[in-house]
Write a protein that binds this ligand. Structure first.
Ligand SMILES: [Fe+2]
Length: 278
């Protein structure tokens, strides 16, 4: 099932490509020092990701193997769901090998090596998050027989990609889509526009999301242990059946049952809409 894997061909990266990584890396590390979950910063350290240049997946995998048994493999782009889940279930993280051009520093349509490796890999050095990612892959394989991939995809979106986590009295970032984006790293914590809601598995699986702009909702977990436990203890089959009969929740809707941490103004999204003339 793992036939999309390609060689990273590390030797073929140009000096400009390595320099692009270094620029993005330096900018994000200074942005994230006070904003990212401590486990993310520890992962950068354990994996020695501050070494200059685009990481060599083989070397990175050796360190990751020692930490949690995960490895990183290159793929040409988006791959079929079943294969993606199979990789995760076997503790392999799939990453794009290309890097954005210097002109594309802030906006990208497709995930590149900076998003995939800088954004996702540090947390894979954390034993609890590493187990969560594997459990997600196993759950993904099972979800296929229930036709519920889109519901499980929302769980990935609102945790792995755009999750926030409590840290003492404050919030920290851990989602890869946020930590690999300079502008969203600021917006997700500082803006009064988005809602920040307490994480609830079924609520998240009913919530639509946007792929073209900053998020309008963030879901906040209490800890990685909580996230892992909830995922392992939930019997997804009856949940999927139950969700069949419940409507999806619109992006910026707040329900009476929500644990509201901050109620956003949704001003940013409204302004973007009016500028687009919608
Ligand atoms: Fe991602």
């Amino acid at each position: 099932m793992s036939n999309s894997v390609i060689p990273q061909d590390w030797g073929s990266y140009t000096a400009v490509e390595h320099a692009t990584w270094d620029t993005l890396f330096a900018r994000q590390v200074s942005m994230l020092a006070t904003r990212a979950a401590p486990a993310f910063m520890e992962g950068l350290d354990v994996l020695r990701m501050s070494k200059p240049g685009i990481p060599d997946f083989e070397e990175l995998s050796q360190r990751l193997q020692r930490a949690t048994g995960w490895s990183v493999v290159a793929v040409p782009g988006l791959i079929p769901d079943a294969e993606f889940y199979d990789h995760l279930a076997n503790r392999r993280f799939v990453a794009g090998r290309f890097i954005r051009t210097p002109e594309q520093h802030d906006y990208l349509q497709e995930p590149d090596v900076f998003h995939d490796v800088f954004g996702h890999v540090p947390l894979l050095a954390n034993p609890v998050f590493a187990d969560y990612m594997q459990a997600y892959g196993q759950g993904g394989l099972r979800s296929m027989q229930y036709g519920s991939i889109h519901r499980l995809a929302r769980l990935y979106w609102y945790t792995v990609e755009f999750g926030l986590i409590r840290d003492g009295a404050g919030l920290k970032l851990y989602g890869a889509g946020i930590v690999s984006s300079n502008s969203e790293s600021a917006y997700a914590l500082d803006s009064d526009s988005p809602h920040r809601l307490g994480f609830d598995l079924q609520r998240v699986m009913r919530t639509e999301y946007r792929i073209d702009d900053f998020q309008q909702n963030y879901f906040v977990i209490d800890s990685f242990e909580d996230l892992l436990e909830t995922t392992l203890e939930t019997d997804f089959a009856p949940v999927y059946r139950q969700l069949e009969s419940l409507p999806d929740i619109e992006i910026s809707e707040i329900l009476p049952s929500d644990r509201v941490i901050t109620r956003g103004t949704q001003k940013y999204a409204a302004e973007r809409r009016s500028r687009r003339g919608a």
